[in-house]
Design a protein around this ligand. Sequence first.
Ligand code: PLP
Ligand code: COI
Length: 342
Amino acid sequence: MSKADLDWKSLPFGYVKTDCNIRFTWRDGSWSEGVLSADETISIHIAATCLHYGQECFEGLKAYEQKNGEVVVFRIEENARRIVRSCEKIFMEPPSEEMFIDAVFRVINANRRFVPPYGQGASLYIRPLVIGSGPQVGVKPAEEYTFLIFVSPVGPYFKSGFKPVNLVVEEEYDRAAPNGVGDVKVGGNYAAGLRASLRAKEAGFTEVLYLDAREKMYLDESGPANFFGITRNGQYVTPASESILPSITNDSLIKLAGEMGLEPVRRPIPVEEIFDFVDAGCCGTAAVITPVGSITYRDRKVSYVTGDVPGEYCTRLYEKLTGIQLGLEKDTRGWIRKVPTE
Ligand code: PLP
Ligand code: COI
């Protein structure tokens, strides 16, 4: 089948209409069979719990066309596990891990012509979503759920691609509370982050770097991605925090950093340590690895790069990670799974 007629190289991180999405409904104790639909809209009860009480969670993963033409996904089992945790935390009915993986494969197969060709710097972003679609007026879990997945060919999340971004430490607003829901992928966390993010953008920064909400002393994460720094003594450090999303990309980098001779350490990171790093980055499915060019904290700014050139460690980690995803590096850990053709 020939590819869709798109300008693959200049795709933004945004929505592109594809051939179809897939939907399931949970009602009376079981999930329906998945239905592929070309409809870009859903019809929903006006009292659905997702609309009123935030019963909603999502996932984000990517399909890549490798050099040999195979279409693959990266660590899909981890996304399957995480959506179950997200659902359970806000009392929604989760899809089983097997159902999740099968649904992702079906929707990719139905949209194969939208998987960006190898070498264009683009991928097929997969966005699974679970919502409470049944009505409630009192605050309680819905009795009906909808699980759907749409896909969209995308380019880099940060417009500049693999180019340094400028972060500002956010001291006033919190994204998530300790013992709250910051460690799962629920929509409310992103709504809560809009104020800080928009304010930072207006002030000329790319994104914010949140601090822990309890003490405002330790680094948490950025709005759409985890954070890591490289210390002078060769450690890959990344925040241990109960209010950040456990990033699958970060978990992968921790393993790759070890292989590269860095010592991976997950621990609380006092904000003042930003002034000692030799390199830093944001990481996530959408952000991949985005080198951090500078961080501004109060009236001080620290820079990790000269001009527009990403730091050495970010570059090596980026090449290693994307090399595995694109099939240029050996996948020794079973992270890559080929999308089976039906
Ligand atoms: N942190 C937040 C808040 C995110 O939304 C994401 C994206 O999923 C990440 C971190 C990175 O997680 P992952 O690497 O699993 O995509
Ligand atoms: C992802 O990286 O998949 C995310 O969901 C981040 C989102 C803010 C785009």
